[in-house]
Design a protein around this ligand. Sequence first.
Ligand code: ZN
Length: 499
Amino acid sequence: MQTVDTLEKEFKELLKDQDAYREALALVQWDLRTKIPEKGAEQRSEVIGFLSQKMHQLATSDKMKHLIDQLKDKTTNNVLQKSLEECELEYKRSIKIPDAEYKAFVTLRSKSESVWQKAREDNNFSLLQPYLEELVSYNKRFATYWGYQDNKYDGLLHLYEPGMTTEILDTVFEQVRTGLTKLVKQISETKIQPDENLLTHHFPKKDQENFSLDILKKMGYDFDAGRLDETIHPFAIGINPNDVRVTTRYDENDFRMAVFGTIHEGGHALYEQNISKGLAQTPMASGTSMGIHESQSLFWENFIGRSEAFWKEHFDLFHSYAPAAFHTLDFSDFYTAINAVKPSYIRIEADELTYCLHIMIRYELEKSLINGDLAVKDLPEAWNQKMEDYLGIRPTSDREGVLQDIHWAAGDFGYFPSYALGYMYAAQFNNQLSKEMNIEQIISSGDFSPIKNWLTRHIHQHGKMKKPLEIIKEVTNEPLNATYLLDYLTEKYTKIYDL
Ligand code: ZN
């Protein structure tokens, strides 16, 4: 019989081993997406496969099972207890899928991703259709293996947003959708039409980079524990708590891509940089859910980065890097242009107001697919119809419609709602924060540390120790409430568009 002490020691060692593979994998992936020479990529995917398999083996090992069985509910160490619960969840999830079935799924997924690229290039959904049909049926089975109470879709949703249910989502999404479609319609009928061309003057990459670096510093991003690099699809990645990296993408004819992209990824990075160091080398040292992570990036990108106070405060700094063509811009024209609202086909190009509608379309469709209410062959038509219903525009090709995102082709169902949840969480945090301090005044002071410290105290430091809905409840004293997002958007856009 092993003592609790010995078991704890063994468990910590196992977590460290797991974490070493995770760190290696993260670094290798960062390199693959930023610095690797073209010819190096081929062998790299084998290395990624190998490291992922090692992690999986540790997570499903007999040793892991033994430690969970012997130590859970016996340890008095809170971090270890939560880690045991997390490991148990992962263990159960993994062993429920037969090995051969999971391997076949992984192979199918990687084939499907390359077929998706071709289907998108050729604007031909029928190429992808058979793969998607198979991926949907895999996901239906996974949802059944993992279990759910009322709705099969919950079995998948829980992976990304623990504790969230289709029932809650249906209610809040309906509320937001009704409010947003009304606002979008009002805006389309006003005379005020922002001129986005004001923003598309040439702006050299180096100067955009220097401006982005200054903003990251002001946000409180720690450059001794991170760095900024260039990539095609921007992301932030926690290698370890003292090495959290940000990437961005430059378009010399549209500085918005790099500047707002960097602020967004910077928000993700602040979360990972400020997780309590006591959680390091355990599964608790990461963001608690996709939705809460997204709330941090969106809070900085939109609530701070697209606010009037932010640009008033940084207009001189912006001019110090921007070419002459920007110097004669009227501030209010500039501010209106960076907040222009216009229904568009592509999700990642959508503005702050219409973005959630794009997400709701995907949510409703994937929920119907998983519940068997929609056949894959009918997906393009269903997509186009919803675009017309919610955004008032109808895609003329599947490339600008159902084929635009890789998520489904990569076998990921249940992930999309996180993006819209992030907006709602961010608005609810923002509302609470504004009760405790004058956000505008802080932005105008140029010292963001009170905001960053508030986020760290209430959200960042806890890592995975608290579940998303628990954080929302504790920080704002109420459950998820979509009213705050609608109020924020209504107030902001009523002013900009003089509704
Ligand atoms: Zn994000």
